[in-house]
Structure formats: C-alpha cells, structure tokens
Design a protein around this ligand. Sequence first.
Ligand code: GTP
Ligand code: MG
Ligand code: ZN
Length: 334
Amino acid sequence: MSAEIIPGLIVRSQSGFFTVQTESGLVTCHLRGRLKQGKHVGDLAAVGDRVQVSCQPDGTGSIETIEPRRSALVRLDPRPQGVYQQVILANPDQAVFVFACARPAPRLRMLDRFLVIAEKQGLAAIIVANKIDLVGREHAEKMFGFYPPIGYPVIYACAKAALPEGHRDGASCGDEPPYVQRDNGAGGAREIGQGVEELRETLTGKVSALAGPSGVGKSSLLNAVQPGLGLAVREISEAFQKGRHTTNVRQLFPLEGGGYVADTPGMRSLALWDTEPEELDGYFPELAALVAACQFNDCRHKSEPGCAVRAAVEAGRVHPQRYDSYLRLRAGEE
Ligand SMILES: Nc1nc2c(ncn2[C@@H]2O[C@H](COP(=O)(O)OP(=O)(O)OP(=O)(O)O)[C@@H](O)[C@H]2O)c(=O)[nH]1
Ligand SMILES: [Mg+2]
Ligand SMILES: [Zn+2]
C-alpha cells in the first residue's frame, strides 16, 4: 500500500524535524534521505517552503519534494566547509521591519540594509516605528517621515506603555541619546495600542517576515495584534533562555484573519550576499530613478562630474541619510 501524498506548508523547523500544515492538519515530518544527497550549500527545506509530504498511518510523514522558492531571507553562516546559507524564511510575501523610536535608538543604517535585502528579493517592505509613547508621534514622524515618499509605508505604533520609573524596560544601549521625557498623565501612554489595527490589516492574508533588532517590541506587537499568540517578551524570555541558546526554532504563526507571520530571530546578520557594488543603486528606489541621468554610465555617485544622484542630494531631493547608507553599503561597510 503506497502512502498518501499531500501538499503542505512548512510552519516550523527544529533540529531536523519539520511541522507541515496540510489540509488534514499538522504533520511532523523528516526530510526524505534522497533529498539530502549531493552537495548543498544551504537549507534544503525551511519554514515557508511549499512541500509534498507522504503521510504514514501513525500520523508522521516525510517530505518528498520541495517546490522551488520564489524568494528567501537568508543568513550566511560561516562553517569550516564553507559559508552555509541558512534560510530564515522561504517565500515571504512581504517584510515588516520593526524599529523602536527609542530604547533602543533606531539604527536607520541597519534599516536601509534590510530595505536593500527586501528590494533584492523583490519583497514589499513595510516599516513599523514602535514605542512612539517614548518620543511622541510628531518626533517619530521626523525620524521616519522620509521613508513613505520613497515607497516604504511607515506604521507608527505603541505596543504597550512604558513601565513605571525604576523598571528599565528594553535593552540599555550605550550609544542611545536621551529619549524625550514625556508626561502622559496617570494611566500610561495615550498612544497605547496605536498602529496595532493598521499592522493587523497589513499582515492579514499574507506571509510576512517580522524582523528588527532585539528589544524593539516585535513580540509585544504580535501579541497585541493577536492576543492568543502569547509570545514571550523580553522580561520573561531573557530569564528563560539562559543556557538555551542552542535551541534553534523557526516558526510561522497562523493569523486568525488568514496569513502567517514569522518572528525572525537573527536578522541582524541577514545577508546581502551576491550583490555587486554596481547594482546597489538599483536597490535604492529613489536613486534608481536618477542613475540614467548621470553623465557616466559607470558612475559611482561619489565625486564623478555630472552625477545626477549627488545633484539630487545637494538639492534636497534625496535624503542625506539614505545617500550615506548607499555610500557605506557600497564601500562594504555594514
Ligand atoms: N515604552 C514602550 N515599551 C515597549 C513597547 N513595545 C514593547 N515595549 C517593551 O520593550 C521590551 C522589548 O519587547 P519585546 O517585545 O520582547 O521585543 P522583541 O523585539 O521581541 O525583542 P527580541 O525578542 O529580543 O528580538 C519589553 O520590555 C516591552 O515591554 C512600546 O510600544 N512602548
Ligand atoms: Mg521577541
Ligand atoms: Zn552618479
């Protein structure tokens, strides 16, 4: 008797086992031995991959085939045999990059690098500016307001109120400027809950990668979007995870309104691999529109005469921070 073969989506991966969402529920699978034959430089199967599984009578299954990936978020993991491509999420529809307005202070150069990765993968990118309660919406818009005109929507959010004085929440960052002290009156921030509905609408019906530095409130936001998720936030997870850093779980969470979201750890080291310096301007939408007007077609947009990019920066049509990010990424700085 041959086992039944059914299609599914990998929603969880841990230590060589995969949980596959199929029409008939979740099936725990391993990877067919023959799939592992031959040389491979990265994960063969990953969360987000569409697969065909054969189900055994005992309810377990094996992954028989993996459909080609449309896109992937990849981390490069240097190993003795060479650099290994660890797939953080296969086939995302969009990337949601979360940064905090303060605690920790946003590192927009990191955001710009994430945006380049999304462009290269052909993914729509959305920015969430969280913790607006710490700086106020107006100030938050000053920090992130130049992104929507170049094609990246920004959701201004407050997942939760700041803890009372004496409870330092979030990461304490040495390089962080003093955040604006605000008196929100009794009962916590008036901004609380802002952006949550907008984020929920953005996530519904799609497969999204939620990424951003540690402590910015990614888990808090997801818990606010869908209270049933019960993701551990920093206070708990830090104590809990002592000595558990070898655990490597990747997971897609199903959303009540449809779609999935992945809380992606380790985005800091997301790889921008395989990008030639000359193609980088193509991944900055506001620069890509200008390069055809540069005098030289191999213009580096640095000090060449007749550079349309520099002219636009000087005229205030390209934000100097974005231009700076471009130059640094091009020079190979992270
Ligand atoms: N003031 C303020 N604090 C927030 C907000 N959202 C989250 N926090 C706090 O920020 C800290 C970090 O939140 P998490 O949700 O654990 O952050 P994370 O991005 O999931 O962090 P990692 O899991 O380490 O990547 C916690 O102490 C939260 O209570 C917010 O909107 N405002
Ligand atoms: Mg988290
Ligand atoms: Zn130029």
